[in-house]
Design a protein around this ligand. Structure first.
Ligand SMILES: Cc1cc2nc3c(=O)[nH]c(=O)nc-3n(C[C@H](O)[C@H](O)[C@H](O)COP(=O)(O)O)c2cc1C
Length: 311
């Protein structure tokens, strides 16, 4: 299949929302191994079977193709960084991770929403992947909110709920802002009165032709963006405002706005208008550097998809 067709197929497959798991086993020296997988599926209740698909190019394919046991840990929405660790090359992915064992000795990630400890029932050859079918020996689940994955992005259900609650609260003023990035630079506007820097914002998300809305404000600045994703929702109790922040990539480098885009390593944090903005921007830069945002789609990340699948 040519490159474009593969990309289109990935995009089509990515429109099916999933959870995120870590699939793990012990290698022949009893070292823990694992990788991030969203191909987890329930197969049968009686007998209790689940399946996952593993890329034959996977670094640990030799261990997973012969392992007699494996475990699946369903990650919670607070475990996005664990998903990133288990999806990127690391000498020892378990180094700073809390884990334990249950029946089979396979590692189970602490704090997971649910886990399934399995004996390998069958390994099915399927194109460029192997399907591991596991017979569940032990399992458990909690009411925590799972991390979700859709169109190459992690979806934070808790955040969406928080946003809806904030919008329903008639006693608070809503401010909708955006962290706009262009090649590792971030857009900050300057308050001419006191020189402080702030993120573009408005009272609603709106449309490009609505001047009072965030998308209208960006349009007036001559900035067009790719998809926008919810990034942060928080309240400022003292002035009864709820702030809803999106993140987005500017579509093209905008020469006329160069002065407003600050490189990640040269942001004058002391000039930011408030502490919440400072904390949020620091988190953004950290997550960008960890590549904790969507790995599978989006213009900038396509190269990484290939890096993941080629290895
Ligand atoms: C959300 C997400 C889901 C993934 N799902 C799978 C999967 O189901 N099967 C797979 O083989 N790789 C999947 N990957 C890619 C692997 O986690 C990644 O290639 C990892 O580096 C493989 O590790 P290894 O080569 O060290 O075994 C996924 C990555 C992400 C971020």
């Amino acid at each position: 299949m040519n490159k474009d067709r593969t990309r289109n197929l990935r995009q089509a497959l990515g429109s099916f929302p999933t959870g995120v798991t870590v699939v793990s086993c012990l290698d022949k020296n009893k070292n823990p191994l694992g990788f991030t997988a969203n191909s987890f599926t329930s197969v049968s209740l009686d007998p209790k079977l689940i399946s996952i698909c593993i890329d034959k190019e996977s670094f640990n394919i030799d261990s997973f193709s012969i392992t007699k046991h494996f475990a699946v840990s369903v990650l919670s929405e607070n475990q996005q960084s664990i998903s990133t660790i288990f999806a990127t090359p690391h000498e020892d992915r378990f180094k700073n991770i809390d884990w334990s064992t249950e029946e089979t000795g396979s590692p189970i990630i602490s704090g997971a929403v649910a886990w399934f400890d399995c004996n390998t029932q069958q390994v099915v050859d399927a194109g460029d992947h192997l399907i591991l079918i596991g017979n569940i020996i032990a399992f458990d689940s909690t009411p925590k909110t799972p991390l979700m994955y859709l169109r190459g992005n992690y979806v934070n259900l808790g955040l969406e709920q928080k946003m809806l609650l904030a919008m329903e609260n008639e006693n608070t003023e809503i401010i909708v802002g955006a962290i706009i990035e262009s090649t590792k630079k971030v857009l900050l506007l300057e308050d001419k009165k006191n020189g402080s820097l702030y993120f573009p914002s408005a009272s609603r998300l709106g449309h490009t032709d609505d001047d009072e809305s965030l998308l209208g404000v960006l349009n007036n600045l001559n900035i067009s963006i790719n998809e926008h994703y919810l990034f942060s929702v928080f309240e400022k109790a003292e002035d009864k405002t709820s702030l809803i922040y999106y993140r987005a990539q500017a579509k093209a480098a905008i020469d006329t706005l160069n002065d407003f885009f600050y490189p990640f390593d040269a942001i004058p944090f002391d000039k930011l208008s408030d502490e919440a903005s400072r904390i949020m921007l620091k988190r953004y830069i950290k997550e960008r550097e960890l590549n904790a945002f969507g790995i599978f789609v989006g213009k900038e990340s396509e190269g990484k998809v290939e890096a993941i699948s080629k290895k």
